[in-house]
Write a protein that binds this ligand. Structure first.
Ligand SMILES: Nc1nc2c(c(=O)[nH]1)N[C@H]1C(S)=C(S)[C@@H](COP(=O)(O)O)O[C@H]1N2
Ligand SMILES: [Mo]
Length: 253
């Protein structure tokens, strides 16, 4: 799903706090960034600010009670709560403490957002709040008018999800959805919303707010600021059209 890069949230990770390793190694003055390098053929490399490294980054060796699986980064990887997936270097083979970001391929040509004026938004580390309705969603078909439970997921790289609202009229009106416990920081939160579908064409949308008060933006509002060249961090409201026949499809509303 585009825009969900990041939150590897259904896992229980085991590892060593990166802050502990850095303190043991000893940091020199001016040590403001680090460069993490993967041992894969692509040598995926990302620059990470020291502030986050000293906060909550984990150098993980275990996932869900076993060694990290090869495809998830065995033997070691970074786990960076709330940040985009790409920064979470797998098959970690080197950490270099430096004084500036190194402008690697992934953080310049890829995970930097090209703004309408041609400048780059650097860096988009935190995953901004997003939600998506998973039922009904594109490719599904509602069998006929009647009662439905709208369900979906919401998450935020800035902390906990505070609330989710659902619209069934293309954003004209919004009603609160119910959050399912547990609602945890950086994790996917499930929501549900009772809906009586009258069989007419409808646009269904969800909109979440996180604990910082940040509200998931409408697509048009996000495009106004970011333009159309920045697709890697798309956290706008997702719209699904339910056609009169019950078919559900992806639309820009
Ligand atoms: N070394 C290395 N690390 C990497 C990558 C990679 O290609 N090489 N892909 C990144 C990207 S783009 C994502 S989304 C996450 C995926 O992590 P997962 O396998 O736990 O889902 O790993 C990141 N870490
Ligand atoms: Mo990714």
């Amino acid at each position: 799903m585009q825009g969900t890069h990041g939150l590897t949230s259904c896992s229980e990770w085991t590892g060593v706090p990166l802050s502990l390793l850095l303190k043991e190694a000893g940091l020199q003055k001016g040590a403001t960034w680090l460069v993490a390098e993967g041992a894969d053929a692509a040598v995926m490399t990302r620059s990470i600010p020291m502030k986050k490294a000293l906060d909550d980054i984990l150098v993980a060796y275990g996932q869900n009670g076993e060694a990290i699986r090869p495809e998830q980064g065995y033997p070691l990887r970074l786990v960076i709560p709330g940040w985009e997936g790409n920064s979470q270097v797998k098959w970690l083979r080197r950490i270099k403490v430096v004084d500036k970001p190194y402008m690697t391929r992934e953080e310049t040509s890829k995970y930097t957002d090209l703004m309408p004026d041609g400048t780059a938004r650097q860096f988009t580390f935190e995953m901004e709040a997003k939600s998506v309705i998973t039922y009904p969603s594109a490719g599904q078909k509602l069998p006929g008018p009647g009662f439905y439970e709208v369900t979906g997921l919401a998450w935020s790289g800035r902390g906990k999800i505070r609330s989710v609202e659902v619209s069934t009229d293309g954003g004209k009106s919004w009603k609160p959805a119910q959050l399912q416990e547990p609602v945890l920081r950086f994790a996917h939160a499930r929501f549900r919303f009772p809906w009586k579908w009258d069989g007419q064409e409808a646009i269904v949308q969800s909109r979440c707010t996180d604990e910082t008060g940040y509200v998931q933006p409408r697509l048009a509002d996000l495009v106004k600021i970011r333009g159309v060249n920045s697709v890697y961090h798309l956290n706008a409201i997702q719209s699904w059209k339910v056609a009169a026949g019950g078919e559900v499809s992806n639309v820009h509303a």
